[in-house]
Design a protein around this ligand. Structure first.
Ligand SMILES: [Zn+2]
Length: 312
């Protein structure tokens, strides 16, 4: 006589089979799923590793955020003491991305807003930043622009009541254990506003980062003849979005970066970064990080070592 098995019996038999014969396989699958979950969660919260082994001690590290603002520039330095410097503020069109990114990383104040030069792709988002944040001070180049964006910026700075500094080579600012040195611009008249870009060096412990705005070969030569040793840096924000107007061999030899960061838009109309610049950079480092490929990039430093990660 054929015996029928009820649902409860099937479940009991299944559990018994798993317990007796397959429990180790089930355990392995469960552990793999757990590892995948942790791995995905880790990448969601910290990004894709691009440079450096392990993870930094966040509590005593400074972090430089190269924010993906398309064909524009914006970098945010957050120091262990909580001080925040924003170097350029992207374009008008990238204001939402910039503000969303700053909010995502819990930025609540800006100690110094550095605007390297008054082109729209560097100052366009500054009005929104000045409206959204308490901006204690602003560092400007002495070159002025004749544009409604620039006029509006000056009005916003005045309304905010920020202390305004004009960058001059040799100036040095300190925030806790970090220091910022102005290496350019040089002169007082410029054919191109790009060559009036503030060139700024950030030192934290034994590590250093160079910010170049859109400086072209003319300004690079001026910076080198002013103090060639001062430009040596671990991380170079490649000038002018990787344009061939900039990043001469002589300048790159003097900087000798371990990591190069390019801020540019995906399939931008200028063809940035240019192949000749990529070739020059490749001769110095295999770590060329690009916002059009990696999204926003974060580089951590504990004063000795560097770690980089990207959004993608
Ligand atoms: Zn630019």
């Amino acid at each position: 006589m054929r015996r029928t098995i009820g649902k409860t019996e099937w479940v009991r038999r299944l559990l018994t089979a798993i317990e007796r014969e397959h429990w180790s396989k089930v355990l392995i699958v469960a552990l793999l799923l757990l590892a995948l979950y942790v791995y995905n969660g880790f990448h969601r919260s910290t990004g894709v590793p691009l440079y450096g082994e392990g993870m930094p001690d966040i509590s005593r590290s400074a972090v430089v955020h190269y924010i993906n603002v398309g064909q524009a520039d914006a970098a945010c330095i957050v120091l262990p003491g909580g001080e925040v410097l924003l170097i350029d503020a992207g374009a008008n069109a990238s204001e939402p991305q910039l503000l969303a990114y700053l909010e995502r990383y819990g930025i609540s104040r800006i100690d110094c807003l550095v605007l390297t030069h008054p082109h729209e792709d560097h100052i366009g988002g500054a009005d929104a930043v000045l409206e959204a944040y308490d901006v204690k001070s602003v560092l400007l180049t002495s070159a002025e622009a004749t544009s409604t964006t620039y006029d509006h910026l000056l009005t916003c700075i005045e309304d905010e009541g920020s202390v305004v500094y004009i960058a001059s080579p040799g100036d040095r600012y300190t925030f806790g254990e970090a220091s910022f040195s102005v290496l350019g611009p040089h002169g007082d008249t410029w054919e191109s506003l790009n060559n009036a870009s503030i060139v700024l060096r950030f030192d934290f412990g034994d590590t250093s980062f160079l910010f170049t705005g859109d400086a072209e070969s003319e300004e690079e030569a001026a910076v080198l003849s002013y103090d060639i040793k001062s430009v040596s840096a671990d991380v170079l924000k490649v000038a002018h979005h990787g344009s061939q107007t900039s990043t001469t061999r002589a300048f790159l030899d003097a900087v000798a970066p371990r990591i190069a960061v390019i801020s540019c838009g995906t399939y931008n109309e200028y063809g940035h970064p240019h192949d000749s610049v990529i070739d020059s950079l490749t001769a110095h480092t295999s770590h060329i990080l690009r916002t059009d490929q990696h999204g926003s990039i974060r580089i951590y430093t504990d004063g000795e070592r560097l770690w980089a990660q990207g959004d993608s």
